[in-house]
Design a protein around this ligand. Structure first.
Ligand code: AMP
Ligand code: MG
Length: 316
């Protein structure tokens, strides 16, 4: 089998993809963060197919994508602080981990049997149309083999998983380019489990200072594996020049073989990060050396992904 690629902007493509999802099949969909491998959250077999297609450890739970707070409410309890975050940032790149309702229509495999569920309402029009057409929450991890670089173009999905999916909806380049920020809300306490495409400063404007995962009784995020987002090449961080066998991924004044953003714009750098890693990999680098990236704003998530890309590969 090789996936059919259809334009995400066509209503007929969305209708066909929604039919496949309702029958337990898998569809790759564009979102504003990265391409997701979507399946019916309530269908255990579909969810199992997602884990198998990605080679993802089944203890690493999935994010359920919803059309808004109403659909979220069928899955989770929404404390007032979470409601304020939804009002401020949904639809958008913010995932909330919230207490699961007993009757939630979600397979135990999807949330790895935890008593919480991670939910997000995507902003991308095709993802929204697909959730509405399927009329159910869709789990959708990034549409790539587990541990590899996340896809930000339909071609990336076809290269990594094309023989395991029925349909790829092509929505062009993902505008944010980084996975969502993941925040657990427990009563009045908000904990940042994963930095992502919505920066800490924006979230903290609503929550006050975020707790850090691993602190006191903060919930763990089972999916934060050390080695992740890894290209084929080795990765060396904070480089100012390329050594032998290296290609340099630049930022700002360090221009390199490819520059994430010549003007030093972190939003542009985030959007380009994963396709730049793929591109330098394809050019045959033994090692991708990466220029220093500032840690503020989206730089926190960019540096998080780069540290995991550079981590020893036997760590998984
Ligand atoms: P991905 O789908 O690959 O973008 O990853 C989803 C992230 O959300 C992973 O880091 C998961 O561990 C995390 N996650 C999903 N569900 C939960 C949950 N119920 N509790 C804590 N973390 C979660
Ligand atoms: Mg992923």
């Amino acid at each position: 089998m090789s996936a059919t690629i259809l334009p995400a902007s066509e209503t007929t493509a969305i209708t066909r993809a929604a039919d496949i999802l309702r029958d337990g099949g898998l569809v790759a969909m564009p979102t504003e963060t990265v391409y997701g491998l979507a399946g019916d959250a309530g269908n255990g077999e579909a969810v199992a197919r997602i884990y198998a297609a990605k080679g993802r450890p089944s203890f690493n739970p999935l994010i359920a994508h919803v059309s808004g707070a109403d659909m979220a409410e069928r899955l989770v309890e929404i404390p007032p602080l979470a409601r304020r975050l939804m009002e401020a940032f949904w639809p958008g790149p913010l995932t909330l981990v919230l207490p699961k309702r007993d009757e939630a229509p979600i397979s135990d495999l999807a949330n790895a049997g935890l008593d919480t569920v991670a939910i997000r309402c995507p902003r991308h029009s095709a993802a929204r149309a697909l959730i509405e057409a399927a009329n159910r929450p869709l789990v959708a991890p990034s549409a790539n083999p587990s541990g590899a670089v996340s896809p930000t173009k339909a071609d990336h999905v076809a290269t990594g998983l094309g023989d395991k999916i029925d349909i790829i909806l092509d929505g062009g380049d993902c505008p944010v380019g980084l996975e969502s920020a993941v925040v657990a809300v427990d009563g009045d306490t908000a904990t940042l489990l994963r930095p992502g495409g919505l920066d800490r400063e924006a979230i903290e404007a609503i929550t006050g200072p975020l707790q850090t995962a691993g602190q006191s009784d903060a919930p763990a995020s089972p999916g934060m594996l050390k080695s992740h987002y890894a290209p084929g090449a080795a990765v060396r961080l904070n480089a100012r020049a390329a050594g032998p066998g290296e290609l340099l991924l630049g930022f700002g004044e360090i221009s390199g073989d490819l520059n994430l953003s010549a003007t030093g714009d972190l939003t542009e750098a985030a959007a380009r990060l994963f396709s730049a890693l793929r591109e330098l990999d394809a050019r045959g680098a033994d090692t991708i050396a990466v220029a220093p990236i500032p840690g503020h704003g989206l730089g926190e998530a960019i540096n998080d992904r780069l540290r995991r890309a550079a981590a020893p590969r036997d760590a998984t």
